[in-house]
Structures are given as C-alpha cells and as structure tokens.
Design a protein around this ligand. Sequence first.
Ligand SMILES: Nc1ncnc2c1ncn2[C@@H]1O[C@H](COP(=O)(O)OP(=O)(O)OP(=O)(O)O)[C@@H](O)[C@H]1O
Ligand code: SF4
Ligand SMILES: [Mg+2]
Length: 344
Amino acid sequence: MTTTQSEVDFEEPGQVPGAPLLEVDDLFVEFRTRDGVAKVLNGVSYRVEPGETLAVLGESGSGKSVTAQTIMGILDMPPGFITGGEIRFHGENLLKASARRRREVRGSGIAMIFQDALSALNPVFTVGFQIEEQLRLRRGMSRKDARKRAVELLDQVKIPNAKGRVRQYPHEFSGGMRQRAMIAMSLALDPEMLIADEPTTALDVTVQAQIMDLLKDIQVERNMGLILITHDLGVVAEVADRIAVMYAGRIVEQSLARDLYRKPGHPYTQGLLDSLPRLDLKGTELRTIKGLPPSLLNVPKGCPFNPRCPRVQDICKTEVPPQHRLAPGRLSACHFAEELISGD
Ligand SMILES: Nc1ncnc2c1ncn2[C@@H]1O[C@H](COP(=O)(O)OP(=O)(O)OP(=O)(O)O)[C@@H](O)[C@H]1O
Ligand code: SF4
Ligand SMILES: [Mg+2]
C-alpha cells in the first residue's frame, strides 16, 4: 500500500501507517512481593484489528486483567515489573512512550470499562458531570456542549430519559444502568479500541445479555476493536470473533471462535467447554476441571496445566510445550495439539 504525504502528516508520532490497531507482543510481567517473584505474564501475545472482538478467557488469576492494565498503562508498579515485550498501538510501542503520550492514548485511543461500575464511578459526582469533565478537559468543550454530548452518549447506551438521568448520582442507577453509564463514559473520547474487563459479572443473566448486545452494537457502529475479558465461555459465544485462552500467564490457545467451539485445540479449553451448562443435557452433572490453577510463585515444570490435565503424558512433566500453529491464526501450546484437532 502506498501512503501519501498528507496521510503521514496525520499520524501520531511513532505510529506506523498500515500497522495493526493493537498488538501485545511477547509480554512478560512479574510481581516482586515479600513471598517471592510471581511470574504473572510469560510471553503473552495477541492482536486486535478495527471492528474485531477478541475474547480473552481463563480462570481467576490467569493474567487477563494484568494484561489489560499493562495495555492501559495502569499496572501497579511496583510491585509489578514489565520484564519483556512490546505493546504496539498503530505500530507505536506504548511501553516506550512518554507519560504524556500514554495519557493521550488512554481514553481517546484505548478506553477500558471495569467489572464493578459502582466503584469505578465516583459516588460524589453526577453521572453527567463525570462524562462532561472528560469532554471539557480533554476536548476543550464548553459546559453546554459537554452536557449536550453527555445526554447523547447516555441515549446511545439506551438509558431511558437521558436528559433527566444525566443529573443523577451513580447510586440512583440500577446495576445494569450503571454499567451502561460506564460504557457511555468510556466512549466519550471516541476511542478506537475498548477493553471490557468482565463487564457483566456482577449482573443477572438477562441484563448480562443486554449489555453484551449493546457492546456489540456500539462496536459495529463505530468499527472499534473490542477486547472482552471473561471467565465464562458462554457469555462470549455470540459476540467473539476470536478467542485467546489464558492459563498461568500464558496464552494456551488462540483461534477463531467458531473453530474453538467446534473442536478445541487444547485440553484446558476442552475442560472449559465441558464445564458450560448445556440445555440439551438437562439434569446431567456438570463436568468441571479438577484441581486449581497453580501458584504463580511456583509453576509446575513442563506444561503448567499438567497436574490437572486428563491427557497428561511423561513429556508434559518435563518439556514446556511450544506454540503449535494449527492453521492460520490458530495456535495451541499443547504437545498433542495436532492430534486434538485431527479429523477436521
Ligand atoms: N498488585 C498486585 N500485586 C501482586 N500480585 C498481583 C497484583 N495484581 C495482580 N496480581 C497477581 O497477578 C495474577 C494475575 O492476576 P489478574 O488480576 O490478571 O487475574 P485475572 O485473570 O484477571 O483473574 P480474575 O478472573 O480473578 O479477574 C494473580 O496471581 C494476582 O494475584
Ligand atoms: S502438553 Fe500435556 S499436560 Fe499440557 S495440555 Fe497438552 S496433554 Fe495436557
Ligand atoms: Mg481480572
């Protein structure tokens, strides 16, 4: 692709024309605590393009949020240390960017919504004020214009009576409405990329589905990149284009969602699928993955999943499985990955 000079002029410093929207490349993070060094991310890589939804899935403690916090530049440092890798936004390595540049990218380049909207929203300011403040400080809007835009945003996330609601405090909103307000706030600066960290966990099933639908609609409308973090494969089944499965700070499988649901390429993914409730098997007992994820202070030798894996062999206890490329865009870190998907 050729690039004209005027296109180059509009790029931010450090950005590379034609580069992917977001790439996490071989990221290593550790926490140095009094109990020892917890190697929390061990070579995490994924990428997201405009208009694409990547679901990041894994049990508690697998490193999903730490990856997101590192992307956003809000990792707790210390005790956290980034010991390797790059995070590229339009080709610009954010880990090398100045604090000022990172603040610019936060919110207007990449925005994030959190699991617990109540603690993410400030209880002493109205919902409207919290949206308007960003618009005034970051976009230089007048009070009047910022109020108008805040109402539009609340309207977009389908909050009824947005004109009246904009004057209310977070505690006056229901759980689902608060999560919608959080989404509106995250959209205020028109980000190109949105990270939603367990956005529906605190909500009941019906509201969960509504929020997922809303996120999907907004993403399509704005052609945003979306990272949906969850521990529940069921929640993302309808909305994810691709899925990255994390275990003990590694991506153990990465695949198009439809391929992964049809035939998982890693025993851990298989375990997650087996533990989903299924309408067609009503009354049968749910199979869960036995055991617990390892302590990151002391990860098992070889494949980190080996103490819990139903397919474990001797090699698994001594050799770390490499990433097997099963198909374009499909990776699995299991010694027996090819066997698992054979017969396709
Ligand atoms: N500030 C911190 N200090 C020390 N350890 C931390 C800190 N933040 C996270 N960790 C550790 O990093 C590991 C990964 O945590 P992370 O929050 O990314 O997990 P997660 O996959 O998001 O889990 P969950 O589904 O529970 O949200 C965990 O072992 C956690 O205890
Ligand atoms: S490498 Fe071995 S222990 Fe690890 S997931 Fe594959 S079969 Fe199981
Ligand atoms: Mg988390």
